[in-house]
Design a protein around this ligand. Sequence first.
Ligand code: SF4
Length: 349
Amino acid sequence: MCELKNIKTFQKNLIQWYETNGRDLPWRHTKDPYAIWVSEIMLQQTQVDTVKPYYLRFLETLPDIQSLANADEDVAFKLWEGLGYYRRVRHMQEAARQIMEKYDGIFPEKYDDILTLKGIGNYTASAVSSIAFGQEKGVIDGNTLRILSRIYNRQDNIALEKTKKAYQILMDQLIQGCDPSKFNQGMMDLGAGVCTPRKPDCEHCPVKDCCEAFASGTAGILPVNIKNTSKADIYYITAILKKDNKYLLIKNKEGLLQNLYGFVQYEVESPVSFEETFYDNYGISVRLYEYCKEIKHVFSHRIWHMNVYIGEIMNPESELKDHDIPLYSEDELAELPISTAHRKVYDLR
Ligand code: SF4
């Protein structure tokens, strides 16, 4: 197995896989920065298959920066009709005019210059500068954050800005010395088709020998992605804990849901912290192995965000009674009074 420190092996495996398995997309047949920019803006909030015909029509009518800068706004908007998020096309026209004025109509090559254009953020600037101009700038989005979290087996919360910044540095290191265009597009395709949010296809992954999460069996619970936006919001890791075909539910002794049953949940930052907290409380080991989804439940004065994981209880059943760990079969579960919030979790099992 190669260590991730062996960046060359990671790059080689990814790029070789991309060359044979990469998606054949219309914008991958060009190095024209304008065309690549159009595709990246369209792809920001829209699925690949939806974008394809829009991309082709847009380039047929407005084939270059000059034509976009000079186009009647109605023409540009008509070409965008149905794609939504119309400020994208408005910003593109503004950026095209910026390029006409400041760069004599020639798309700027440098990442920092591209970033100054209207409507272009880090992701698009990285994509255009790497794909069109071969600059070593890694793309950071949900896909690449997830892959990095797994290959480095890191528990950082990818919803946080500081994690995105740290991972940008990792990506910029990983991309050094290879073909930046193929590397970034390989990462995009790996995230879209193999290293997917749920049930990653590790067996067929070209970089599995470099993946620390694969080696540790933690791919299913990464990345940690807990969005914390307001004080009224409470973020839990909620676990459906199983032992054979039985489930662990706890009766609430106090609080909002007193006397009702629910799955164990803690306000902690990561699945590993959950496992540690559970051990501290019960003296029993559990292992979370799969992330399901976030369930939101709105109370009158607060919102619960329950990030649901599935896990197993590692100790034998004979030890559980001494530790006050009640397990319930499917039939017994059906008879328990379970709160509405936890009923939503229950339906996921
Ligand atoms: Fe993702 Fe699995 Fe590949 Fe690791 S081995 S990068 S978790 S698909």
